[in-house]
Design a protein around this ligand. Structure first.
Ligand SMILES: NC(=O)N[C@@H](CC(=O)O)C(=O)O
Ligand SMILES: [Zn+2]
Ligand SMILES: [Zn+2]
Length: 428
């Protein structure tokens, strides 16, 4: 199987031809020609390494009405992803080797992206005792990222033990930083607006206090810590401080926290309800700066599909979470590239290279260069389109970007040399 991509701008550089053969990039050069190859015209398109998501909710097993491994994989491929980490808050919870291997196998069957299961830190996400971390790491799924996402590992002694365990496995604890005692009944960012709208507030301190505690624990233990979906300016400051002291901490920010603010809660439309909540414009600016200067390592979608009955209700009853896979790159183009904060190499670093390194994935996050695995995407940076939730590949419809015009269209995605997306459409 041979594909010749004509005239792609690798990381936004000069146009070049890319020859994909046997799952690898065989050659990069000018005017390559090969007989019998499938030819893809990439005139005007930017080539980037396939994106890697550290934080995807695929809902299988348990809520296949909201998403399956296959539908979520298709949404990921359409977004330019070649690997996604599937969060553990399924039903049953991914807290055993059996469940993570099941998810891993479903991903292989779908064959659209590499589905990398995340293992739960604690049994049933209950925060009481550690799950079988070693067995999940040794399983066919080769788990390296462990998270109780959806819940915080709130007990500091348990968090310390989790960090000690993952250190021995070359793993990382991905913490959903939320002090539960400070967010009882919380609905939106705490501030003047929550008071005016009559919605219970989720204070920035509930996130920042856990991050501060955890970076100290990670330093004490000498283990790797990853912070999920950071959402406040104060969190960026704590991370900057921790990194300056050599703590092995990494962090991610979601597309929605890079673009949207708490002002959207004025609509009382639960499509904008998410955990952690949308914050203020100052937070958005600090998150963009933190991502640009590398304090925040990665963009991760926190793609959180929800069935209509769980989302289209009163604000207080609705589940938190929003879709992200199909619009993550366009949001980053709008918020970081068009504002001059990141160039294409920077986008590749924050959406592919660093997330692959954090997840210890080999074969992803590699340069677009001869000899490397042919995991890559082609983007038309000039295209602009309004988001139509009905046209999404996800099984759910809870996109916060409905009707919003965003720049950048993923034209093609290749997983080990095989097209998963062509002409902006999923190949299967
Ligand atoms: N982000 C959310 O609002 N929801 C996530 C859980 C989580 O990421 O905490 C979900 O699983 O729906
Ligand atoms: Zn979370
Ligand atoms: Zn999540």
């Amino acid at each position: 199987m041979t594909t010749l991509i004509k005239g792609a701008r690798v990381l936004g550089g000069e146009p070049a031809d890319l020859l994909l053969e046997d799952g690898r990039i065989a050659a990069v050069g000018r005017r390559l020609s090969v007989t019998g190859a499938d030819v893809v015209d990439a005139d005007g398109l930017v080539a980037l390494p396939g994106l890697v998501d550290l934080h995807t909710h695929l809902r299988e097993p348990g809520r296949e009405d909201a998403e399956t491994v296959e539908t979520g994989s298709r949404a990921a491929a359409l977004g330019g992803y070649t690997a996604v980490h599937a969060m553990a808050n399924t039903d049953p919870v991914a807290d055993t080797a059996g469940v993570v291997e099941q998810v891993w196998r479903l991903g292989r069957q779908a064959g659209l992206v590499d589905v990398v299961p995340v293992g739960a830190v604690t049994v049933g996400l209950r925060g009481e005792r550690l799950a079988e971390l070693g067995a999940m790491a040794d399983s066919a799924a080769r788990v390296r990222v462990f998270s109780d996402d959806g819940h915080c590992v709130a007990d500091p002694a348990l968090m310390r033990r989790a960090l000690e365990y993952v250190k021995a496995l070359d793993g990382v604890v991905a913490q959903h930083a939320e002090e539960p005692r400070l967010t009882v009944g919380a609905q939106m960012n705490e501030g003047d607006r929550s008071a005016r709208l009559g919605l219970t507030g989720w204070p920035a301190a509930a996130e920042e206090a856990v991050i501060a505690r955890d970076v100290l624990l990670a330093q004490h233990v000498g283990a790797r810590l990853h912070v999920c979906h950071v959402s406040t300016a104060g969190s960026v400051e704590i991370l900057r401080w921790a990194k300056s002291r050599g703590v092995q901490v990494t962090a991610e920010v979601t597309p929605h926290h890079l673009l949207l603010t708490e002002a959207l809660a004025e609509s009382y439309d639960p499509v904008f309800k998410v955990n952690p909540p949308l914050r203020t414009d100052e937070d958005v600016q600090a998150l963009r700066q933190g991502l640009a200067d590398g304090t925040v390592d990665a963009v991760a979608t926190d793609h959180a599909p929800h069935a209509v009955e769980d989302k289209e209700s009163e604000w207080a009853q609705a589940r938190p979470g929003m879709l992200g896979l199909e619009q993550a790159l366009p949001v980053v183009v709008e918020a970081l590239v068009e504002t001059g904060l990141l160039d294409w190499a920077g986008v590749a670093d924050r959406m592919s290279v660093r997330p692959a390194a954090i997840g210890r994935l080999d074969g992803h996050g590699r340069p677009v260069a001869p000899g490397e695995p042919a995991n890559l995407l082609l983007l038309d940076p000039a295209a602009r389109a309004a988001v139509d939730p009905a046209a999404l590949a996800s099984r759910s419809r809870n996109s916060p970007y409905a009707g919003r015009e965003l720049p950048g269209r993923v034209v093609a995605t290749f997983l080990r040399g095989e097209a998963t997306v062509l002409d902006g459409k999923a190949v299967r």
